[in-house]
Design a protein around this ligand. Sequence first.
Ligand SMILES: [Ca+2]
Ligand SMILES: [Ca+2]
Ligand SMILES: [Ca+2]
Length: 389
Amino acid sequence: MLHLKLNRILLYLFVVLMPCIVFARDSELQALRETLLQEDTTTHYALSVPENDPRLKAIRKLRTIGSPEAVAILREFLTVDRVNCQQLKQHSLITLGNIGTRPAIESIRQFEAWSKKRFIKPPAFRFGEKDHAIYTFSPHQLTPLAKTTDEKNTTWAIFQWKCHSAVAEIWICKSLGDVLWSQPILLDLPGIPQFYPFSIKHRKWDDKCSFQIKKDSIKIVVDKQIWESRISDNLADLDKDGLPDLVEARLLTDPNNPDSDKDGLPDGKDSNPLTPRHSDNNDVTQIRQAVFSFLFATSNSQDALVIVGGADFARQEYYGFGGFVLRSPQSRDGFVNITGIKVELKSPDTATATISDWEGNLAASGHQAKLKKLHGKWVVVEFKMEWIS
Ligand SMILES: [Ca+2]
Ligand SMILES: [Ca+2]
Ligand SMILES: [Ca+2]
């Protein structure tokens, strides 16, 4: 009799309480999702996200829950463009790596597949705050300095791009209506050194420069000295690969060859135009790609990156970043340079990778990532900055 009663009580508890527990967990997950996916208002370009940041707290809580539903929220956060806090995305990747279940690792794969497609149609350019490729540097604030309409009735905006205070370049982009603009083209100003225009910098460019713009002609006047450039000249594209000759000169792609690395993708559609698409699938290339995805597929930046490396990089194609990725035997002024990703295999399924990035002559930092191979995929499980100068 007593046994029967106890069974009834247990059944009652199960029927009544289980839906409550499930409902409570569902609404908790829903609240965490809303917190994490809210419109990005605060960005963290400092060295770390404060522990009391509500989104970081949500990520930590999802780590504790660790269920496939929690994993799905982290994956959604990683693959939305409007949320652009690179460091929080990196926290999410580490969290998925630490959860380590099959759905968690599958989510990292899906994030990488999503990021790989980002370059196929580069997003239209908007003025405002632009992410820096490396989160320890401040975003660029881009506003048009002047506008002009050419003979074909196309409107152009002229602006300067400061990678950091030492580099100021003049760019143009074409109006695509409303607030959208085409991808920018570096303006050719004969007589001005393009990458380090010290002459401009020392003359207090912002205060003393003015524009004389007439249709196709842009004249920049600094202290009564005039530099002129014609928009039509800047657009010449000899090999018709979508990259104007001037852009190719800057990227070091071949302006007479539509496919500089001969891999079948034209330069203008090739995020990695100096390295052929590779088929290597060894641990080291997989680890380097996992680290690269962690560092740069989490960024909304469209800067150009230069991977500085020796012959062993010749067949390493990096994907997932929104800007061009170029390979070069040496650092190049005016670009974000990654001076090596050194991989050490500690065991068949653990490794470390040491990354140095270098920014002009002024600043550099070094990071170390720890990786594990889980369910056949190398993933970052720990990441820290080792030094900054
Ligand atoms: Ca071209
Ligand atoms: Ca070309
Ligand atoms: Ca190509």
